[in-house]
Design a binder for this molecule. Sequence first.
Ligand code: ADP
Ligand code: ZN
Length: 432
Amino acid sequence: MFYDEEYETLPREDLKKLQFTRLQDLVQRIYNNVPFYRARFDELNVKPENLHSLADLKHLPFTEKQDLRNHFPYGLLALPRENVVRIHASSGTTGKSTVVGYSRRDVKNWARLMARSLAAAGVTPRDTVHNAYGYGLFTGGLGVHYGVEEMGATILPISGGGTKRQAMLLKDFGPTVLTCTPSYALHLYEVARESGIRFEELGIHTGIFGAEPWSDEMRLDIEAKLGLKALNIYGLSEIMGPGVGQECAVAHEGIHIWEDHFLIEIIDPISRENVPPGETGELVITTLTKEAQPLIRYRTRDLVSLRPEPCACGRTHTRISRILGRSDDMLIIRGVNVFPSQIEGLLVETEGLTPHYQLILRREKAMDTLEIQVEVDECLFSDEIKHLQRLEQKIKKNIKEFLGVTAMIKLVEPQTLARSEGKAQRIRDLRN
Ligand code: ADP
Ligand code: ZN
């Protein structure tokens, strides 16, 4: 089902034309109204009039997270302060959080794009959505909230936390859709089970999960346990919030980025050149329609690959792969690069383990070492020590074989690692 069929299925030629007109308009607005960008453009000797086609995008400056931090909180606004109707901030996962302003129209567009995302995930106006993304400055809660209302479904504005009570509410209110981070979905499932609630009997047919990296193996695990279809939603506050892109229920593979509003590039983080389709690189986004705080070539630090082939759902907007991770999260263990999501994939696939894990980094004799703590299944923990040791060896071997990394494995008792109510903290860095 489409929400905005005309735009979602726009032939690519027309989509490109629309992108170009919007880009021209954006560049003009930003040059006239944001001193930071005007200075950058002048430094590079580019003028808005120099933009002749989408290919000229490569002459425009990049924007980095640090630029937003340097102009904290309101320095990048392209509209007078009185035209800003909402402020959000990023979660601050990788440092000081960044601030974003929205005009009335930005909020409206966001609601529509979020509604579009919900529709792509198979949500209809007959659905009831249990929204456990945090409400507040974080964009997750309110972003989903407005989209659900916009499409005419019913919103349950639960927010994060109070998990025991949430589990009861799941039973009382009969939601058909769950929205939260994938790690919180698992936590909610466990707590519900402890209260004697069988998640798979609740009638929730779809989960829309995002805001943190999760592996395909994790998806399968969640689907099997919770008895729902788990779809991936992507977004970031600097660009808008949730609903920048959404995996469709039809193909269930790859995230459609809503290209009439966001112009994307995937670059090599070092050379800053575009990488060929299919190759992993850093996602760069230009906001084509944002009024209050538009960004040009924003470097998301999220690593993805492009999947340009047409999608069975009929949407013409290009897809990106599942997010491998943030470039900040890449671990370098004795010269080998590895992402937490790759380790997660191997752990979740291994029989006897739960999807709860933590990666601990230490520095020993100028070398970085990795310890992986992972909870084992209830039934396994009572097992003999030698079985557990054998399992540790097996995991160690798999990690070495598939990822090339040597790690220390520590199996821990069920329910011992911290659960998160929002974004999971997988890494504990003890190197300093
Ligand atoms: P912060 O960067 O401080 O966490 P946000 O709350 O705006 O700020 O979160 C946006 C980030 O969350 C994205 O840049 C990305 O790293 C991560 N993210 C969002 N959705 C997904 C997803 N579906 N898969 C993996 N990572 C995601
Ligand atoms: Zn699709």
